[in-house]
Design a protein around this ligand. Structure first.
Ligand SMILES: C[S@@+](CC[C@H](N)C(=O)[O-])C[C@H]1O[C@@H](n2cnc3c(N)ncnc32)[C@H](O)[C@@H]1O
Length: 386
């Protein structure tokens, strides 16, 4: 295992840069990275092997950053995510759109909405009444839009639904704070219909003249058991959930429930998700040997590495000989214990059969691990299959 430093990668490991980028910025996903990470991985592999990867996979695809970057580079790709919200956003961002799809989305903005139906509609959300999360007018507008969008066809429907899901944070009085949703009565919610209209216009503008290409295949699934044959993928670029106790099915619960219009969907997402948060299934048999006592002492550490061991085994299986996985991770401080996630990933990868591993450190932070302070880091673990 080699450790190198590339501080210039640090700012690419967050979603901040993606916000203003065409298409990438359509849906704010705090856990995402910038497409430049994918460009960097593609260039490294081109330099190393002398050829451009032909197939790219992201087994934790989130909102499709890797897939969109692959498409923009004319490369075939596939993505998997445990969340139906993430899979939907990935598909909608990476599809090929025809002029008519975009024109119909713009024409939708002129349609009259049925607010009376919306007032009687139920928004099935598992945590609290959604009425508490929005000013009354916004709540009605959002449900009226949701209902009207369902009458639209295929790709137009997807564009409009993505626009609607993307405006929930700004049109609500919810704060996403450290993995939980908090109602903040001092927050100013923006008018839902107006920001929806602006969003659809932005999307239409950014699709204009966009080149069509390989539309990625996006699967709702589990990175621990991929529905992909062995030795099919040249390059993996991905970022699994961090060991930080954040449950995506809760943080994005409002968006997930508006997409599925079902309360049960969140639990299904949790069942597929890597156990990086405290949940119900905290038992682990046969802990990966690299984890040590900390996996027993802090159960979430044990479940996390057990699940990620299965994920890394799947990456090894689907990669072509000579292929590589670029896995963006962050080390964690959990229960005042510094967990060096990147080194455990690299050690597990070597045991699983990867010929070579490298930890490329992008950013360092100082964390309080009483009684001392420790330097923790965010990095990309490169795993090369021989
Ligand atoms: C850090 S985010 C990925 C963000 C992505 N790189 C981007 O730029 O959008 C991790 C993703 O892993 C997904 N996930 C969690 N457990 C999973 C599993 N078992 N299989 C597949 N995806 C999973 C989460 O839903 C989340 O979207």
């Amino acid at each position: 295992m080699r450790i190198t430093e590339r501080p210039e990668l640090g700012r690419l490991m967050t979603f901040e840069l993606s916000k203003e980028k065409p298409v990438h910025g359509w849906f704010w996903y705090k856990e995402g990275y910038a497409p430049e990470i994918v460009e960097w991985a593609l260039n490294c592999e081109l330099e190393r092997t002398g050829r451009k990867p032909e197939t790219v996979l992201d087994p934790f695809c989130g909102v499709g950053t890797t897939l969109l970057a692959a498409k923009d580079n004319g490369i075939e790709s596939a993505g998997v995510d445990a969340s139906s919200l993430a899979a939907f956003v990935s598909r909608a961002k990476t599809d090929d759109y025809e002029r008519e799809d975009i024109e119909s989305a713009l024409a939708f903005l002129q349609k009259k909405l049925d607010y009376r139906v919306a007032e009687r509609m139920d928004w099935p959300f598992e945590l609290f009444s959604t009425k508490a999360a929005f000013p009354k007018r916004n709540h009605t507008e959002i449900l009226a839009l949701r209902e009207a969008i369902e009458n639209e066809e295929g790709r137009t429907r997807n564009l409009l639904l993505l626009a609607l899901l993307s405006i929930l944070p700004q049109s609500s009085i919810i704060l996403k704070d450290g993995g939980v949703l908090k109602i903040d009565r001092n927050k100013r919610a923006l008018p839902a219909r107006e920001i929806f209209r602006r969003k659809v216009k932005r999307m239409a503008r950014e699709l204009e003249g966009r080149r069509q290409g390989h539309v990625p295949k996006v699967f709702l699934g589990d990175a621990r058991a991929l529905d992909i044959g062995g030795s099919e993928v040249d390059l993996i670029v991905t970022s699994p959930p961090y060991l930080n106790n954040i449950d995506y099915s809760k943080v994005y619960g409002l968006e997930l429930s508006l997409l599925s219009m079902s309360k049960a969907e969140a639990e299904e997402v949790r069942m597929r998700a890597v156990r990086s948060f405290i949940g119900r299934r905290m038992e682990v048999d046969a802990m990966p040997p690299e984890v040590g006592d900390v996996g027993i002492r802090i159960p979430i550490v044990g479940t996390y590495f057990k699940d990620m061991e299965a994920g890394i085994m799947e990456m090894f299986r689907v990669l072509t000989p000579g292929g590589a996985a670029y896995v963006n991770v962050s080390n964690s401080v959990i229960h005042e214990t510094h967990v060096i996630v990147d080194e455990v990933f690299a050690q597990m990868a070597e045991r699983i059969g990867f010929a070579e591993t490298e930890i490329v450190v992008g950013a360092e932070r100082i964390a309080d691990v009483r009684p001392q302070k420790v330097k923790t880091r965010e990095s990309v673990v490169i795993m090369r299959k021989g």
